[in-house]
Design a protein around this ligand. Structure first.
Ligand SMILES: [Zn+2]
Length: 342
């Protein structure tokens, strides 16, 4: 299996983060890349640099207004006297019914869901290359590869069509799914990250051609709180095409694999022509977020189970934070999935 990654993806280095109101170091560190690259290589994958793909495949799932904001907000922010080094919102509209603000501060609040996605000088370029890695992996699968892995960093699944959040700016999994739609009548996205893929759900919520399925720690007391509950099923033409499978905190391998079985039944009934796996590794028992208790051998079984669907598959990296086993967990997943094939 080929893996795609560009060095520019490492340049984004966020500092700010609030955990229960307390300032903490941002956990989405560039060092994650080194661990993940080592993990991919241990599974026998070869790493290739993606080509540039322009804004086309990104603009297919994000609004022009939002992409313009992401590209230019850092420079605009620097012109504000006394502003912080990173773009961090301090005011949010409680609903989207009001006017679109002209000011940088207003737009930061409009387009950024939380303080976990600070924007610095390198953020836009890193996010672009991260998305292009996803595009390249999708194109490899469209060209006949059984599967491909996109080492996307910064991650993407908390980014909505026009909102950043939770370390995410461009929704790489959604970009990959939309690219696959050029050849596939319908595509499923299976999100196994610890956190609910709220941005991905939001992007496809009213569509029936992309099924979104997410397994995650129950958001009743966990990020992203407002989304990820079992009764969110889609709307309009998309009603019934979103499936959320929240798991009790600290659920381990057995519970995760059982929920995966439920996900597979829904995916098989949908009969997609291709699959995107939003691969978070933060469901790990030793991940700093501590939400679920999947083991390293558990990731191997999860990979093997997903391979059993027999679908052309794009694996997109989402979360998974610095801990001793981060690289091993990726190796376990990819090896279980059958990384050396196709
Ligand atoms: Zn996560």
């Amino acid at each position: 299996m080929k893996a795609f990654y560009a060095e520019e993806q490492k340049h984004h280095d966020p500092k700010a983060f609030l955990s229960s109101g307390a300032p903490q170091p941002n956990p989405e560190k560039p060092e994650r890349v080194e661990r993940l690259l080592a993990g991919a290589r241990s599974a026998g994958l070869t790493i290739e640099r993606p080509r540039e793909h322009g804004l086309g495949p990104i603009a297919a799932v994000h609004t022009p207004e939002y992409l313009d904001f992401l590209e230019h907000i850092f420079a605009r922010w620097q012109r504000i006297e006394g502003a912080s080094a990173e773009v961090i919102p301090n005011i949010h509209p409680i609903a989207r019914g009001g006017s679109y603000p002209a000011s940088a501060v207003g737009q930061a609040g409009y387009h950024m869901a939380d303080t976990a996605c600070p924007i610095s000088a390198e953020t836009w370029n890193s996010a672009l290359w991260s998305a292009w890695s996803a595009v390249e992996a999708a194109e490899a699968v469209m060209a006949g590869a059984h599967s491909a892995y996109a080492l996307c960093r910064p991650p993407g699944h908390h980014a909505f069509a026009d909102v950043a959040g939770g370390f995410c700016f461009i929704n790489n999994s959604a970009v990959a799914a939309q690219v696959l739609r050029k050849n596939a009548a319908c595509v499923a996205i299976l999100d196994v990250d610890l956190h609910h893929g709220n941005g991905t759900q939001g992007i496809f919520y009213a569509r029936s051609d992309v099924l979104t399925v997410s397994l995650h720690a129950d958001p009743v007391r966990f990020y992203p709180f407002f989304w990820g509950h079992a009764d969110e099923r889609g709307e309009g033409a998309g009603l019934g095409y979103n499936l959320n499978l929240p798991l009790p905190r600290k659920s381990g391998d057995a519970a995760f694999l059982e929920a995966l079985g439920t996900a597979f039944r829904r995916i098989r009934a949908f009969a997609p022509e291709a699959l995107v796996v939003a691969l978070g590794l933060d469901a790990f028992e030793g991940d700093p977020f501590g939400g679920l208790s999947v083991t390293t051998p558990g990731f191997s079984r999860i990979g093997e189970a997903i391979a059993g669907l027999g679908l052309p598959t794009v694996i997109v990296q989402e979360g998974g934070y610095l801990c001793e086993a981060l690289g091993d967990n990726l190796t376990a997943f990819l090896t279980g999935f059958g990384g050396k094939k196709g």
